[in-house]
Design a binder for this molecule. Structure first.
Ligand code: UDX
Length: 451
């Protein structure tokens, strides 16, 4: 099928390449000429495992092209909107400037019968507001939220754990799960059927395909992220209690995680969540709920946010209090800058926040990261950056692990690290090190919510 993808950031670039890899003919469109040049050359403008491979394959096959010219969207059957919805500069709400601009720019090139599929994370009600403009062009709007995780984005796009398509004025099916049994009765122009065709390979493998109304589809995305953020902040709240009682939050997480109703995933206590999604999505959700007069329904999200931000402070406090005479002038090496491993994304990175706070308190901070240094350097030029991990560790008075890359978690032996540093203080901001091995190698180990 001919597809266009508007917005070629973390979401759109991966979506374009992934759709080409399953056999569609894809045009990726973005206003950023540098990004388009890089993608057209088969180079991913950001670090995402597996993306360079499917980009080159798609370009070589002729199935995948990138352009800054919106006119090239003309002729595609489905137009995916994958532009960013960042937090507004002066508030918690989502900034919909890019979504509106993308739709406005696309309108002149829509053919009657086309489908516009919103993938961006938007406040509930956005699709209903956009729909009349798209319908006036004879096209149909659906909302098809994206659940990809950075670092696993290619896999999550080609092989998602569920597909959700919100359509206008279609009642949801009884169970909410559209299992395809009504395919023979649906018309060829049913937009959900067209999306089903787009995602055929995943659906054939059994991926649930859930058809909802527009509002539900929008809400599925924000509520999923709100739930994940809540899970992380829940365990971080338990870490705070553990800290005053001498309990160990990692054992607690293991123990409660064995209950299948709870599950162990996303119970990793540490310096908390960051990135381009969870923080801004819970804030936008609060803002939208307030607008809807239902602020109290999600007022707990304010607390989730507050717990999350407190954990960064806690990591900083552990470093500062590890020294009898404070942190001023101390050499602190920060292992990690990305908001999580397998990513070079530093948007709202708790790792960099910890580094910046330590610098603000007078420490001499050196940051290293396998992938995110270039981005970090650009955003925080005041910090000292060293590419080589061992070079970064040399002479440090304290080490702080803030992104659980394998390079630090598995591949750095505590004995080797001890041979490089000046002081054997380690703060494990992700509870990712083997505390007993580090202690055995002579380190004073501090975890998050661990004795
Ligand atoms: C998230 C959602 O997982 C994804 O479904 C959605 O589409 C976009 O937002 P992503 O931002 O890529 O994806 O990262 P995710 O893997 O969810 O991690 C978010 C943050 O939570 C990271 O900073 C991570 O370090 C932190 N985290 C995660 C924890 O602190 N503890 C955990 O147990 C898990």
């Amino acid at each position: 099928m001919r597809l266009s993808v508007i917005g070629c950031g973390y979401l759109g670039a991966v979506h374009s390449a992934a759709m080409a890899s399953i056999g569609h003919e894809v045009i990726g469109i973005d206003v950023d000429a540098r990004k388009i040049a890089s993608l057209s050359a088969g180079e991913a403008p950001f670090f995402e495992p597996g993306l360079p491979e499917i980009l080159s394959e798609g370009i070589a096959s002729g199935n995948l092209r990138f352009t800054t010219d919106m006119a090239e969207a003309k002729g595609a059957k489905v137009h995916f909107i994958g532009v960013g919805t960042p937090q507004q500069a002066d508030g918690y709400a989502a900034d919909l400037t890019y979504v509106n601009a993308a739709v406005d720019a696309l309108l002149p090139y829509l053919n009657p019968g086309d489908i516009v599929a919103g993938k961006s994370t938007v406040p509930v009600g956005t699709a209903a507001e956009l729909a009349p403009r798209i319908e006036a062009a004879g096209a149909t709007l659906v909302w098809n939220p994206e659940f990809l995780r950075e670092g696993w984005a290619v896999q999550d796009t080609i092989d998602p754990d569920r597909l959700v398509v919100g359509v206008a004025s279609r009642p949801s099916t009884g169970s909410g799960i559209d299992d395809g049994s009504d395919a023979s009765t649906s018309s060829a122009t049913d937009p959900a059927e067209v999306l089903r065709e787009v995602y055929h390979p995943a659906i054939a493998k059994g991926t649930p395909f859930i058809v909802t109304d527009l509002a539900t589809a929008e809400l599925v995305k924000v509520s999923a992220n709100a739930f994940l953020a809540t899970k992380i902040s829940f365990i971080n709240a338990m870490a705070e209690i553990a800290e005053v009682t001498g309990a160990d939050v990692t054992q607690l997480a293991d123990a409660i995680g064995h209950d299948v109703r709870i599950g162990r995933r996303f119970l990793g206590a540490g310096i908390g969540f960051g990135g381009g999604c969870l923080p801004k999505d819970i804030r936008a959700f609060s803002a939208r709920a307030e607008e809807l007069g239902r602020g109290e329904s999600v007022s707990f999200l304010r607390e989730i946010d507050a717990i999350n931000l407190r954990r960064r402070e806690r990591a900083v406090h552990l470093v500062v209090s590890a020294f009898d005479d404070g942190v001023v002038g101390k050499k602190v090496t920060v292992l990690g800058a990305a908001f999580k491993p397998h990513s070079d994304d530093i948007r709202d990175s708790p790792a960099l926040d910890v580094a910046v706070r330590l610098k603000g308190l007078g420490a001499e901070v050196t940051v290293t990261d396998p992938e995110a240094l270039e981005n970090a350097r650009r955003q925080h030029p005041q910090l000292n950056y060293v590419d080589d991990r061992d070079e970064a560790l040399r002479g440090a008075d304290a080490v702080v692990v803030v992104t659980e890359w394998d390079e630090y978690r598995r591949q750095l032996s505590p004995e080797h690290a001890a041979s490089l540093v000046a002081g054997t203080i380690v703060v494990d901001g992700r509870n990712c090190l083997d505390a007993s091995a580090w202690r055995a190698a002579g380190w004073t180990y501090y975890g998050m919510g661990r004795p």
